[in-house]
Design a protein around this ligand. Structure first.
Ligand code: UDP
Ligand code: MG
Length: 334
């Protein structure tokens, strides 16, 4: 029995693309030997895409489900919502603008069947502006360094996930998420393949500069609180150099005399540096608290059990026992 496949597509004002998209998705999925479903998430479109999604869902009843959001929440929130409606053992995400060819789907499914938990894609001959490509390169480099993840393209949303990874993501309740990074934090076997990339078939990018910047901050904060911690280190460095500078001044003052010291102007600088540094340390300390509060507010589950081997004689006991263990697990901080 082969695995079942769910394809999730976020749709935001894509009226010019949606018919071609669905057509190509249907024929790509139709060739799969698997059972499959298509989840179209309408992310608060205002150009008639919503109605189109409803019609398509009705026409292809049994294969397409339309999920209509009441307003625009953003691509990643829409995909999360789509995840909640999937039933497949393999879950694929793909953009609605046909930049990612739907014909690549069978290859992604194959990778999951071969044992991967997450399949990422690298866009070959990426068809985006130089600004977007350079930005992407910097950010991918940063994410790689911060997460130690071997993936090299986090921006491409043509991806495949194994069911348990999707379930794990669904249990994360933070408002700002960046799905590829979140998924990698729950996956063991990561695979990356190269896929084709096309220009946007029609319409404009739905990411304004502002939304793009916001997305990068989601990415950063969903990954790490290191920037907050950095404040303390910057402060420490400034303070120490302030003290060193002060000592140097004192030494030179004793050797060269009061005239050289410029009536204490530089001494003032040294003192100032020490205080500025202290302020940064204070900020960093606040950051540490903030970071911890943030972790707790997100309430991410701490771990996920992949599978359990063997049984014990306690298995038949009332559920109260396991509930107590689960509560204990929640209290331990990672
Ligand atoms: N999208 C969405 N909500 C948004 C912005 C985008 O659902 O607020 C969808 C959009 O319809 C498309 C995908 O996310 O299917 C990627 O968007 P786009 O192609 O505009 O991004 P880019 O390729 O420029 O990064
Ligand atoms: Mg696009």
């Amino acid at each position: 029995m082969s695995m079942s496949v769910s394809v999730v597509v976020p749709v935001y004002n894509e009226i010019e693309n949606i018919d071609t998209l669905v057509e190509r998705l249907l024929s790509a999925c139709g060739e799969l030997p698997h059972r499959w479903e298509l989840i179209l998430v309408d992310d608060g479109s205002q150009d008639g895409s919503t109605e189109r999604v409803e019609v398509l869902a009705e026409q292809h009843d049994g294969h397409i489900r339309g999920v209509i959001l009441n307003r625009n929440y953003g691509q990643h929130a829409a995909i999360m919502c789509g995840f909640a409606h999937t039933r497949g053992e393999v879950v694929i995400t793909i953009d609605a603008d046909l930049q990612n060819p739907p014909e690549e789907i069978p290859r992604l499914v194959q990778c999951i069947e071969d044992g991967a938990d997450v399949v990422g894609t690298i866009r070959q001959n990426r068809q985006d502006s130089l600004f977007r490509r350079t930005g992407s390169r910097c950010i991918n480099w940063m994410v790689q360094k911060a997460t130690g993840s071997p993936m090299s393209d986090f921006g491409c949303m043509l991806r495949a996930y194994r069911r348990p990874v999707v379930d794990a993501m669904l249990q994360c309740h933070e408002r700002s998420t960046f799905i590829p990074v979140l998924a990698n934090s729950f996956a063991k076997r990561l695979v990356e393949i190269e896929v084709g990339h096309a220009e946007r078939a029609a319409g404009e990018s739905k990411y304004s500069l502002w939304k793009l910047v916001n997305l990068q901050f989601d990415l950063l904060t969903s990954m790490t609180t290191t920037p907050l911690r950095l404040l303390s280190w910057v402060g420490l460095a400034i303070s120490i150099s302030g003290i060193a500078f002060g000592l140097l001044l004192l030494f030179l003052r004793l050797v060269m005399g009061a005239q050289w010291a410029g009536e204490g102007v530089f001494t003032l600088f040294a003192i100032l540096f020490i205080f500025i540094g202290a302020q940064f340390i204070g900020l960093g300390l606040l950051g540490e608290y903030l970071g911890r509060v943030y972790h707790d507010v997100r309430g991410r589950p701490r771990y996920f059990v992949d599978h359990v081997a063997g049984t014990t004689h306690l298995d038949g006991e009332p559920a109260r026992r396991t509930a107590a263990i689960a509560a204990a697990g929640r209290e331990g901080r990672s």
